[in-house]
Design a protein around this ligand. Structure first.
Ligand code: AKB
Length: 315
């Protein structure tokens, strides 16, 4: 039986992952932690502790107290915020990661942390970006992600920590909003389409990036954590994706449900520059071959579900 500590549990991924893990492994076996406490199921529906991930001693104390055997480390600043506050991003993203890896080493825990398409840069092949390729990102977030991938490799090779990870594309979801990411337009567009019938995209027309619907992301995390180690050639940074889309593709799909929907553009140069440094589409065939990754949702089925779920929430 797994006993799992999750950091950043109130973020976009954590909010839904904690619910899924509690359902699968039992409420008392999932310890949610975050730097803030709010009135939410993640806090009220099972064990919850306040944790600043830059405080390694407190992380160790909590992991020992609950006798966890798995750490899922999600707390991090996303790309656009990291670019605005690079020093904070380095300290939080790298400091938090090394603390979490140290706790995993000391307590012999399995370990998961997400990497990102942000780990690629302008010199990376733009289309069908391979699993193993050039990684010279030009953003602080990308520097953090490549360093994180290498650090996880190091903890596995040097100390035998069972580290695993995925390079996530933009994640689209309706439970908790993302914050400070470059791909956030692809979430905001659904909310605004229902609220106002119009959306002003901060990413330019024709800019392709990979995306995935949250249920596929959550399944991928659980599937990779449960994968037989002997099948894994790669370990910490599997490319995973469900679709490669530009804003107008998402807009056109929304229009099928809301014909009057009007998509406009007010490009944010900072986020546009980040988007242009990332691949247009990545190749996830190693994840498929090594542990059976397969996304269920494409743009069409995701859009139908997103709009339905948001309407149920009153949008
Ligand atoms: C971001 O836009 O920063 C994230 C990511 C792709 O890692 N959603």
């Amino acid at each position: 039986m797994k006993k799992i500590l999750v950091t950043g549990a109130l973020g976009q991924i954590g909010t839904e992952l904690v619910a899924k893990l509690r359902q699968g492994y039992g409420v008392d076996n999932v310890i949610a932690t975050d730097i803030r406490e709010i009135d939410h199921d993640v806090v009220k529906g099972g064990p919850f502790e306040l944790l600043d991930v830059t405080d390694g001693a407190n992380m160790h104390e909590l992991a020992s107290k609950y006798e966890v055997d798995t750490i899922i480390h999600l707390a991090a600043l996303l790309s656009a915020t990291a670019e605005e506050k690079p020093l904070l991003a380095w300290n939080l993203n790298m400091g938090g990661l090394v603390n979490a890896l140290e706790v995993a080493r000391e307590l012999n825990c399995q370990f998961f942390t997400p990497s990102s398409i942000g780990a690629f840069g302008p010199s990376t092949p733009k289309n069908a970006t391979p699993q193993d390729t050039i990684q010279r990102p030009t953003t602080m977030y990308g520097v953090n992600k490549v360093s994180g991938e290498l650090l996880c490799d190091y903890y596995y090779q040097k100390f035998g920590v069972e580290t695993r990870g995925l390079r996530f594309p933009g994640l689209i979801s309706y439970e908790a909003p993302p914050g400070g990411g470059t791909t956030d337009y692809a979430v905001e567009i659904y909310y605004e389409a229902l609220k106002k019938g119009t959306y002003e995209s901060f990413i330019a027309e024709g800019t392709y990036m990979d995306m995935m619907y949250m249920p596929d992301a959550l399944n991928a995390i659980v599937q990779l954590l449960e994968a037989d180690a002997s099948t894994l050639i790669h370990r910490n940074c599997f490319n995973v994706t469900a679709m490669s889309v530009a804003p107008e593709d998402v807009g056109a799909e929304i229009k099928k449900h809301i014909p009057q929907f009007d998509l406009r553009y007010k490009v944010d140069p900072a986020r546009q520059a980040i988007a242009e440094s990332w691949p247009d589409s990545i190749d996830a065939s190693c994840a498929t071959a090594e542990w059976g990754f397969k996304a269920q949702f494409d743009l069409q089925s995701m859009t139908t579900d997103m709009l339905e779920k948001l309407k149920e929430k009153g949008y």
